[in-house]
Design a protein around this ligand. Sequence first.
Ligand code: SF4
Length: 445
Amino acid sequence: MGTRNRIYIHTWGCQMNEHKSEGIAGLLVREGFEVAQRPEDADVVIFNTCMVREKAEDKVYSEAGLIRGLKETKPELLLGIGGCMAQALGKKIFKHSPAVDFIFGSSNISDIPELIREAQRRNGQRNGSSVMAVSTIPDRIEELPFVRRSSFQAKVTITEGCSNFCSFCIVPYTTGLLRSRLPGDILREVTQLVDQGYKEVQLLGQNVDSYGNDLDDPDIDFANLLRALTRIEIPRIRFTSSHPKDITSGVIEVLSEENNVCEHVHMAVQSGSDRVLREMRRGYTREEFLELVHQLKSRVPGINITTDIIVGFPTETESDFFETADLVEKARFGGAFIFKYSPRPGTISYYKHPDTVPLEEKQRRLEHLLHVQKRITDEENRAWVRRTVEILVEGRARTSLGRYLGKTRDSKTVLFPGRPEMIGTFAKVAVEDAGASGLFGRVVS
Ligand code: SF4
């Protein structure tokens, strides 16, 4: 690529997107780029976008406006947009934001170097125009040379896309149908990570429990993959996200039997009302969900179950909402991400239902549920006071001067007075206090 250019990547959205950005960085470093820490220091800025939440587009366009400002003093600076938004909107983005020089789709990461080269050529010409590579349907999982942010925790994608088509969700349209990586490739990657000294891997997929459903071999499923990975000498294996309709007894068995699989399941319930769950096309009832919670809690002692919930889904009545609040009380989640419904153009619910619940009512339901969940999280965390937990130390706590933070096996955050050399090591912490934000203690070994 000639001169040594610098890239800056801004990522929106989930852990899968964050991991994809590690792949983009790795690919471009291989092409001779350096990674910049600020857009001001970069020659190419890349936005890896997400459209799952409300106003995502507005935020991306507003950030693009800031890059446009930088271009006034540095005309050779390039801006590329990729990910969900690029996949959904394609060249419409150019019309909205003249600052954008290139666009790449969800399956077009490996096209980025060529897009940059082409954009640089065109940027040098008068009346230069923008370039785009967006496959109509995302259809491949690209094997990328990841530059991982952490030297001890690694994300490993096992599936991309999703074939579930929940009525509110844009993901199947922007990331395509389910594609599973072959078990041999995943096992090889995790083995290499262990050889490099990694202590924790997090397996990623929109719905990890559907792993293998798109492959011909009936023996390839998530439980068997997980079991095979436990044979590799890695202290901690995590996975996210799980879908309540797809978790099998085989997965619960592995969770209960294998020491290196962490006791944490993040599975979105979305609603506690059967009628709303049907409208959402989630594929389970509230009773089935609660039975699954019971199975997990009784067979995997100390398991932490976290969830996602949408309030104000179209047609959700007050009594539907109370069923959700009641389910939250019964399931006693360790934590929950709670969102107000926002219509996503292109999804089933967008076309089927007007957005019937007024914004103030959505806000009221959100606050009520946040309050309930905060109390439960607080109570669940307080049960750990006067106990000793094992944590993997992740780094300094941003909000608490002089403290460090780590995660327990069941994914609770622990704050404690620490030292820089502890980062990336396991420590035992005696828990002295707790609240909804986590556990607080001191290192005992
Ligand atoms: S399972 Fe449903 S909510 Fe999750 S990614 Fe697939 S379609 Fe979206």
